[in-house]
Design a protein around this ligand. Structure first.
Ligand code: CTP
Ligand code: CA
Length: 227
């Protein structure tokens, strides 16, 4: 109902959003994940839909309901999220990568449930690096001219410095920073937008309010990215 009161700044735009954590299997019953709740990504998907966009949400495991009018694809691992994003990216005007994607997956997964050894010895996990979904899409953008890529960065220190550096390193026009572990699972947040002109602080608010402000900021910036 509230949706109809939001300005339709994204009418006619297609937006792809990743959200939530990923889950990297160790064996059929165990895995490695992180504390992302998905709340911020789902709020961005909802806000984009309210603003008139056609929204596709690619989500890791969360306990959240799908926002009204949003199409959702569920994935578990970073590799699955990568594959789902690459299959859907064609024709998108905007890509917002909110997911907390695992940087590494287990290289020596076990096909069967691992059993405890009688001698007390413990398993040794080996890791390999996951594909960087956002960087891959951003590299594609430099060829295709779209989608407009927005990243999120959760840092635990030096946010102003790390945020600006990470935006450049990823090759993206807009990066949203927050002080990570304080926001995971919470209903509000303080975020900082980094773009080529510097940074702008969006003061503490609930995640839906921040998501609406972010969508508004994106809509102001995407005119030159029309397909
Ligand atoms: N991201 C992604 N695919 C990955 C890792 C990250 O798409 N394999 C995206 C996230 O969704 C986020 C952005 O990249 O939008 C930044 O993620 P972050 O973890 O802060 O950056 P990294 O480049 O992984 O650097 P680090 O974790 O070492 O700080
Ligand atoms: Ca990372």
């Amino acid at each position: 109902v509230i949706a109809s009161f939001q300005p339709k700044t994204m009418a006619g735009k297609r937006i792809l959003v990743t959200a939530g954590p990923t889950f990297e299997a160790i064996d059929p019953v165990r895995g490695i994940t992180n504390l992302s709740s998905g709340k911020m990504g789902y709020a961005v998907a909802r806000a984009a839909r309210e603003a008139g966009a056609e929204v596709l949400l690619i989500s890791g495991p969360t306990a959240l309901p799908t926002p009204y009018g949003v199409q959702r694809i569920n994935v578990q691992s970073a590799q699955q999220m990568h594959d789902a994003v690459m299959a859907a990216v064609e024709g998108q005007h905007v890509f917002v990568a909110v997911a907390a994607v695992a940087d590494w997956r287990v290289a020596n997964t076990s096909a069967q449930k691992m059993k405890k050894k009688g001698d007390g010895s413990v398993p040794e996990l080996k890791f390999e690096q996951n594909p960087d979904i956002l960087a891959t899409v951003a590299a594609r953008t430099s060829l295709a001219g779209h989608p407009y890529c927005v990243g999120f960065a959760a840092e635990s220190e030096n946010l102003l410095e790390y945020g600006a550096v990470k935006r450049e390193k990823k090759g993206i026009p807009l990066l949203v920073g927050n002080i990570g572990h304080h926001t995971f699972g919470q209903d509000d947040n303080t975020i900082i937008l980094f773009d080529e002109n510097g940074h702008t602080i969006l003061p503490r608010a609930d995640k839906l309010t921040l998501a609406r402000q972010l969508v508004c900021e994106i809509s102001k910036r995407i005119d030159k990215y029309s397909l």
